[in-house]
Design a protein around this ligand. Structure first.
Ligand code: SF4
Length: 458
């Protein structure tokens, strides 16, 4: 059995940008609640996760309790109409605009052509918030069509401008445009379907041709995910449209040898990863050893033990490659230090999103105390081992641990360039200190150092 994950599966640029903006804002919000005008993305699991971090969706402005000072409201990637924007401003709310720039472009096209007396035909779903926002920019001169037959129902029009909802199906759009051209040959037509949507749909089509079955992952309320599932079904392959890994039914998947997986633009990677993990685990039922190893591997990655083992191996490899005697205390110190720093930093940094939405989130939330205790204990043991190795290793480890713990802590007021150790950041959750520790150990067991293997010559 093989599983192929579509390259385009998961957050598109606009959604990623909106989520990043919100998480960044959440980091500095203190105890204040942040509101989003409608759910930030069409993914119930992510919306729930954000709610638990004080980011609350409201369908109407009246839902915001009166008297809250300095309330911030976020406009999601779909954008809103100018009339809605005016209403928010009149309420005195602070707006953070996460409208996707590609949606902004469509709004600008509509605004410009409406001002020139064009009738704007928007190809899309009239119920979708993006279309509702776009319609507002036509200032009463817009019509929404969603089917080729709708074109025949249109009245006689003089000047026609055509745009599409950014997540519209490419094929459907083409059929509708063909009909529009027949009725309004002078229509000005803009293909405003987002290239990310187009690529995603193309990939689902070609993947569906190769595979025995397809799994499409995403919110049941996500229009673009619904379109992917419909597109996959149209290719004639059995298609399973699931919101999370819990919706998968092992029995139904057993007979398929090649399974393709894709996901909508609002599906976070951690949900996709869980679906892929789940299918992989279910499909290896005939080989219990492989299944067990796979589970063990996932558990080690999830708990960050793999980082500790990796760091320990790196220390051993470093000593080995230099022809030095393997020093178990240093291997232990490295592994424990890296584990402690990875784990503690994930907790210190969790408001900024390092584990928000990651596949570790659930485990870290459920066993928070155990993780913290284990990490602190690891650090104490590492420092103890350092202490018995001598004053220099101990002092060095102490400085590195302090820097590691301060990695995500703001030490200077907002606005300062080097506000935290992270300012010169590395992608590692331990701030790259693990690498520095390895370099230190390399020097410590260097031929000129005290732990040189007898007989070793440079
Ligand atoms: S699908 Fe395209 S237009 Fe819509 S939010 Fe994503 S990147 Fe922006």
């Amino acid at each position: 059995m093989s599983i192929k994950l579509a390259e385009t599966a998961g957050f598109c640029m606009g959604v990623r940008r909106a989520v990043d903006m919100v998480l960044d804002l959440a980091q500095h919000k203190g105890r204040k609640t942040i509101y989003t005008y409608g759910p930030l993305i069409h993914n119930p699991q992510t919306v729930e996760l954000l709610k638990s971090r004080g980011i609350i969706p409201v369908a109407h402005l009246e839902e915001i309790p009166p008297g809250e000072a300095g309330v911030t409201i976020i406009i999601r990637a779909h954008g809103i109409s100018p009339q809605e924007r005016k209403g928010i401003k009149e309420k005195g709310l602070k707006i953070i605009d996460a409208t996707c720039p590609k949606v902004g472009r469509v709004q600008a096209i509509i605004k410009k052509h409406a001002a020139q007396d064009f009738t704007i035909l928007i190809i899309g779903d009239a119920q979708h918030p993006e279309v509702n926002g776009l319609l507002g920019y036509a200032y009463g001169k817009g019509l929404v069509i969603n089917h080729p037959a709708d074109v025949l129902q249109l009245p006689t029009l003089d000047k026609v401008c055509v745009v599409a909802q950014t997540t519209q199906s490419v094929d459907e759009y083409q059929h509708i445009v063909d009909e529009i051209r027949k009725r309004f040959p002078d229509a000005v037509i803009f293909d405003t379907i987002c290239d990310s949507t187009e690529k995603r749909q193309m990939e689902v089509k070609s993947l569906a041709e190769e595979m025995d079955a397809m799994i499409i992952v995403g919110g049941k309320n996500s229009a673009n995910t619904q379109r992917l599932a419909a597109l996959s079904e149209l290719q004639g392959v059995p298609t399973f449209y699931v919101e999370t890994a819990n919706d998968l039914v092992a029995e139904k998947l057993k007979t398929f040898k090649k399974i393709g997986v894709s996901a909508g633009a609002s599906t976070p990677n951690w949900i996709i990863d869980r679906v892929v993990d789940n299918v992989t685990t279910q499909q290896t039922e005939q080989a219990p050893k492989v299944k067990y190893l796979l589970k063990l591997w996932i558990w080690m990655v999830r708990t960050d033990l793999y980082s500790a083992v990796g760091a320990g191996c790196l220390a051993v490899a470093s000593m080995f490659l230099q022809g030095l005697e393997i020093q178990p205390p240093y291997v232990l110190i490295t592994a424990l230090y890296v584990y402690a720093m990875h784990t503690l930093n994930r907790f210190i940094n969790r408001q900024t999103g390092s584990i928000i939405g990651s596949f570790r989130e659930d485990s870290y939330r459920r066993y928070e105390k155990t993780y913290i205790r284990t990490a602190v204990l690891s650090l104490i043991v590492a420092l103890g081992a350092g202490f018995f190795s001598g004053p220099v290793p101990f002092l060095f480890l102490l400085i590195m641990s302090t820097l590691g713990i301060l990695y995500n802590t703001n030490l200077a007021p907002a606005g300062w360039r080097f506000r935290s150790v992270k300012a010169g950041r590395s992608a590692d959750p331990d701030g790259g200190h693990g690498r520095v520790l390895c370099l230190y150990l390399r020097d410590r067991v260097h031929p000129f150092g005290p732990f040189r293997r007898p007989g070793y010559t440079k």
